[in-house]
Design a protein around this ligand. Sequence first.
Ligand code: PEP
Length: 249
Amino acid sequence: MRRPMIAGNWKMNKTPAETVALIQELKKIQPKGNVEVVVCPMTVSLFAAGAQLKGTEIKLGAQNVHFEDKGAFTGEANCASLKELGVEYVILGHSERRQYFGETDETVNKKVLKVLANGLKPIICVGESLEQKQTGITNEVVCLQTKAALCGVSNAQITDVVIAYEPVWAIGTGMTATASDANRTIAAIRRAVREMFGDAAEQVRILYGGSMNDKNANELMSQPEIDGGLIGGASLVAEKFEKVVNYHG
Ligand code: PEP
């Protein structure tokens, strides 16, 4: 059984002080079942978040990291620093980073390997554009992104990997993939993982992300292949995030 995960990607929202306030609200949530809850604030808010989350069940995630250990990389953060702040998960290859910051399959792969080597766990984002969806090449795109990201990952490491299927056209738009389409695409991603890692693919959690919210979480989470959600907008409002976490109703 794969443990369900609900992760909030706060993007460039919430100052350190606002982060503390939101986490104080989130700490009141009582997750039903075995759901693993993760919050991913801005890098500059991770210190405050880590202090707030100490001793709680809520896990801390970062939104990016550099693939080198240290050195002349102005403006970047390394894995060692994230770990010191209590970070456990790192979102990698989010479509906004691919679109605005030149992230490529190659840099995503380098980051995945560095994150795993440091004992952190990547949440690797893959997803097709609207044009790719309309061309009918969704599976090809997401499977290639998945395999490229996982190049060089060992069999021992693969179970620490989380993948998020995030159709680019669904992110922040209010348009969601239908539950059955998301389920089918995630099944294709799992087959790609299986081609590389065999039966261990059954232990890899694959989330859905893209306008998932308090209204549609239950239907999406009812699908057998969907192991959780990566939540943007709806993770910034405690009441909405709580409903997503407790999607069982
Ligand atoms: C995201 O950015 O990962 C995301 C899924 O955003 P939203 O939920 O706002 O579509």
